[in-house]
Write a protein that binds this ligand. Structure first.
Ligand SMILES: Cc1cc2nc3c(=O)[nH]c(=O)nc-3n(C[C@H](O)[C@H](O)[C@H](O)COP(=O)(O)OP(=O)(O)OC[C@H]3O[C@@H](n4cnc5c(N)ncnc54)[C@H](O)[C@@H]3O)c2cc1C
Length: 261
């Protein structure tokens, strides 16, 4: 079976996130960007299905040229090849434009299964997979924590409030996976070396056959009006009384320190 996995390069979530106040876009430093950890679950799921049934895993990303690093990481995990959609005209894409660009490539690939994470770790809209399924006219099985394929039938388990749902669809289909689906493998040294030789096929807007006005900032149906920093609340100080009024002394000392009394 052929599986396409969408993967995004995101700023390292362990580092403080910065937003450009003029453009309202995330500041993306290539040296501090990584394969979205959420997408590693999609790559792992695809690798396990292909190990069981045969086939190939194609990882696809839309982003600046540096997003190739995220694709290499996915190939070091074991993906067979990669496609990078990159073009200046794609900058500023909203979720719909992102899905439109990804769909153009995936349509040509004609996979049996498309796998996405439920939401990206940076922009967090969670809208790309649903829009992608709509553009590709595929049934979508969301929030899967377990998946099995038998012939042309895909079965997933997903958790809802107080119960587990078991869903089935016919391939081709689109699947979104949660972090419970499988522990992503760590790339081996052999995998890292092999990934250097695996192909990354770069596509620009012309290759996708998309009009410039339908993607990028020009094609965005949403506008980010403002990005405001969350004000950090100062942590309170707890004073515990010993039952004999010891807290009074502590509170008075505190009020004196901040010059209230
Ligand atoms: C007006 C506007 C301008 C924006 N400009 C930018 C910008 O310049 N740069 C930017 O990064 N974001 C920009 N964004 C945010 C943009 O919506 C998202 O980066 C992008 O469209 C995907 O949305 P998300 O990250 O919320 O994806 P989600 O829907 O949360 O992602 C779910 C899954 O979809 C897949 N996916 C999502 N994005 C990609 C991708 N690019 N490549 C491959 N797979 C993907 C992944 O599997 C991901 O885990 C902008 C948003 C708006 C509204």
């Amino acid at each position: 079976m052929k599986i396409c996995v969408t993967v995004k390069q995101v700023p390292d979530p362990n580092l403080p996130m910065q937003v450009d106040p003029a453009t309202h876009r995330l500041v993306r430093n290539p040296d501090q960007s990584i394969l979205d950890p959420a997408d590693e679950y999609g790559v792992e799921t695809a690798l396990r299905l292909v190990e069981e049934h045969g086939g190939e895993v194609v990882v696809i990303s839309m982003g600046p040229p540096t997003a190739a690093d995220a694709l290499r990481r996915a190939m070091a995990m074991g993906a067979d090849r990669a496609i990078l959609i990159t073009d200046e005209a794609l900058a500023g894409s909203d979720a719909r434009a992102t899905a439109r660009a990804l769909a153009a490539v995936i349509r040509d690939e004609q996979p049996d299964l498309v796998i996405c994470a439920i939401e990206a770790t940076d922009a967090y809209t969670g809208m790309v997979p649903g829009m992608l399924a709509e553009f590709l006219d595929l049934p979508q099985l969301t929030f899967a924590r377990q998946v099995a394929v038998e012939g042309q039938t895909i079965t997933v388990h997903r958790d809802i409030e107080g119960a587990t749902q078991v869903l089935q669809a016919q391939l081709p289909a689109l699947l979104t996976v949660t972090a419970s689906i499988a522990e992503p493998r760590y790339p081996s040294f052999k995998g890292v070396m092999a990934a250097k030789r695996k192909p990354i096929d770069e596509r620009d807007l012309a290759a996708l056959g998309l009009e410039a006005g339908t993607v990028g900032a020009a094609g965005a149906a949403e506008r980010v009006l403002a990005v405001e920093e969350v004000r950090e609340e100062k942590q309170g100080q707890m004073v515990t009384d010993d039952g004999a009024g010891s807290s009074v002394e502590a509170i008075v000392a505190f009020l004196e320190r901040i010059q209230v009394v």
